[in-house]
Design a protein around this ligand. Structure first.
Ligand code: WT7
Length: 667
């Protein structure tokens, strides 16, 4: 890639010249509805989008995407069967929409700013350069036998090559499955096996926070357990001398022999664009599948209107591409809109807690989109790290992943934004494809309420449901958050297990999409997310199923049973608390076993999944009907043992006393 990238010094100059200064936010109008004179306000248009989804999304799909063949119908759906089809009959290609169609008007504009791990070593990629990389990689993949519908696992650091590889898959109709490069070899192997992946793309090593991540080594360990894998492309991120086996192919070398032009495949709207694994409350992580047209339209529309992105601006989503945020708002949303987007390879505290802000000043970013967990960390480091830098280029302060608590909200608004920028707390999920609830867009000048994502996006209808599955109406009420409308960005299936898709999202509240989150509807109809209602924990903005952790711990030879719950954590949002019952006559010390369990979790999933506390206890609170009463464990882990409530249905209520005692001894 190096030869395709301009030198940093040259590009910085061009950057500064085209830099826009901060502007106040406006609500960008929708030219698509200019002829409908009855739609005067934001609220009118929102109402229209719910009452006439076919008109609303149909018009946007025609004007915002480039089609090879126009669609015949906007929405076909049999919800009980989980058959949801948008834009049937239409043909298009996502890489054409994200790259080719911009070449005539903005070929020399920056598409990507690669903020490499070492500050000040950034590199720039124009749309034309990106197009050439995509073409070469697409040819490499196609000529090595990757077919339409074939799954390609991508285990790469945050870099232009990663974006180009994803778009190259899209170009030939292959389905990419990006696996976060922080996941262990075992986690990678199980994702490769689940999707019967034949092609893996990785790098020699990754670099993050000055530390080397042995990516190729992890791939070797994973591929040894995955007979489906036929080829592994290896990109040189560091140039380290890594062992190459018979399946391994140096990526740059393969690219250099290929043309930069590769004819795109014309694909059906509902063909799968990608899959991405996420944790659920039970079982193994599930491969959430998104289809081309609906996903692309939804992320492009939300990108444009939630952030009010204006041509020429620089958008800085710092999420890793291994998560849906990176897919939707570092890659597909921005590139579909012809924007300049950031690829952040580093960590918020490398080399110091001023990293984001120094980067904003150096790169003149206009929008930043980050996770509350990093804000809380930076807040603790003190204001001086922010105040050192000129952040006047910033216009929007976005965040996603977990509730943004008031303290962090205030700090973001006052210290980072100097009360000048909109704080945009966005709620959505891997399954929703794009942002569903967010303060913007809204009526011009509308107030933003701290601590909540507030307003449904166009086409989104939040519904709160109580335990009896009945809709909760009115204001100042709480319930399970469901979505009562269909939107084009929603996931279409779980790869290889459509029944699980139906059971998880469509069965719990028939006729609605079940999110798994709880929410509070405040006065004025504004929504606040109260957290997960299922056995999913959200650690540093990353989803983990407690069942996944229990599975790993239970396989330790000394462990009889375990139960894992989340508890409120100052910085991480939620921490992980494990209750472990050992077998009789165990010889190892508790410390040794705890250490072994942490190591097993790191090996089985990733280091961020390691429990903060492990408490060895004599028993778990089983009910007489054979369920662990997690409510009790959550209370104990949150230091609220005085609020346990009714424990009379437990098989042995005395177990609880022992656990409470153990908790006190641990703290
Ligand atoms: C879960 C989805 C969507 C990209 C990042 C995470 C939680 C997400 C918010 C928010 C409160 C939030 C929810 C949701 N979540 N955004 N603004 N306020 N909670 O994607 O890994 O699919 O996780 O993250 O619990 O269900 P994900």
């Amino acid at each position: 890639m190096h030869k395709l990238v301009r030198s940093a010094r040259f590009a910085v100059k061009t950057l500064r010249q085209t830099s826009l200064c901060a502007r106040t936010i406006t609500t960008t109008p929708f030219p698509e509805f200019a002829d409908l004179s009855q739609l005067k306000s934001h609220d009118d248009l929102h109402k229209f989008s719910l009452e006439n989804p076919e008109q609303f999304w149909g018009r946007l799909a025609l004007s915002r995407l480039q089609w090879d063949e126009e669609f015949q119908s906007v929405l076909n759906c049999e919800l009980e069967k989980g058959e949801i089809d948008w834009f049937l009959g239409g043909k298009l290609n996502a890489s054409v929409n994200c790259v080719d169609r911009h070449l005539a008007t903005r070929g020399d504009q920056l598409a990507l700013i690669w903020e490499r791990d070492e500050p000040g070593t950034e590199e720039y990629v124009t749309y034309r350069e990106l197009s050439e990389m995509v073409g070469q990689i697409a040819n490499v993949l196609r000529n090595s036998g990757v077919k339409k519908g074939g799954r390609v696992a991508i285990y790469l650091p945050m870099a232009p090559i990663t974006v180009a590889t994803m778009l190259a898959c899209a170009r030939i109709g292959a389905v990419h499955s990006v696996v976060f490069a922080g996941f262990s070899a075992e986690a990678l192997a199980s994702r490769i096996q689940d999707a019967e992946v034949e092609t893996v793309v990785t790098a020699d090593q990754g670099v993050r926070g000055g530390r080397i991540i042995p990516l190729k080594q992890a791939v070797d360990a994973a591929v040894a357990q995955c007979p489906s894998v036929k080829r592994v492309f290896v990109y040189q991120r560091t140039g380290a001398d890594v062992p190459m086996g018979p399946k391994d192919i140096p990526l740059e070398k393969a690219m250099s022999g290929e043309s930069t032009e590769c004819a795109p495949v014309s694909l059906a709207s509902e063909d799968t664009l990608f899959m991405l694994y996420t944790s659920g409350s039970t079982g193994k992580p599930k491969g959430i599948a998104h289809s081309i047209a609906g996903y692309l339209l939804y992320v492009a529309t939300t990108f444009k209107h939630v952030f009010d992105y204006q041509p020429g601006e620089r958008f800085g989503c710092v999420a890793d591409i291994g998560w849906i945020t990176g897919h939707s708002y570092a890659l597909y949303g921005p590139l579909c809109c012809g924007a300049t987007t950031l690829l952040f390879e580093s960590s918020p505290i490398y080399p110091n807690p001023g990293r984001y802000w120094e980067m904003v000043q150096r790169l003149q970013l206009n929008h930043i989109y980050l996770a509350p967990t990093s804000l809380r960390l930076l807040l603790k480091a003190g204001d001086s790290w922010v105040n050192k830098y000129d952040l006047s280029s910033l216009r929007t302060l976005g965040c996603v992943g977990e509730p943004l608590n008031h303290e962090a909200w205030d700090w973001y608004y006052e210290v980072v934004g100097q009360k000048r920028c909109d704080v945009i707390d966005t709620w959505w999920q891997t399954e929703t494809g794009g942002i569903c609830i967010s303060p913007r867009p809204s009526s011009p000048g509308a107030h933003i309420e701290p601590g909540m994502p507030m307003r449904p996006f166009f086409g989104i209808k939040p519904v709160l449901v109580d335990e009896k599955n009945e809709e909760v109406n009115g204001e100042d009420v709480e319930g399970a958050l469901c979505l009562g409308s269909l939107w084009p960005g929603m996931a279409r299936t779980i790869y290889g297990d459509h029944q699980r898709y139906i059971e998880t999202y469509l069965k719990p509240c028939p006729g609605l999409y079940y999110t798994g989150d709880g929410a509070h509807r405040h006065k004025g109809g504004n929504y606040q997310i109260t957290g997960r209602m299922d056995d999913v924990v959200n650690v540093t903005g990353h989803r983990l199923g407690t069942a996944e952790l229990e599975d790993i711990m239970d396989t330790h030879p000394d462990v009889a049973e375990s139960a894992v719950v989340g508890f409120p954590h100052d910085i991480k949002g939620e921490g992980i608390f494990a209750f472990v019952v050992l077998k009789e006559g165990v010889k190892h010390s508790h410390d040794d076993i705890a250490q072994a369990l942490r190591a097993a979790v790191k090996q089985g999933i990733a280091s961020y999944a390691q429990p903060d506390f492990i408490l060895f206890t004599n028993g778990l609170p089983w009910t007489r009907s054979g369920k662990i009463m997690r409510r009790i464990l959550r209370k104990i882990a949150s230091n609220q043992a005085d609020e346990l409530g009714d424990v009379s249905t437990l098989a042995d209520p005395s177990v609880v006393e022992g656990i409470v005692k153990g908790y006190k001894a641990l703290h």
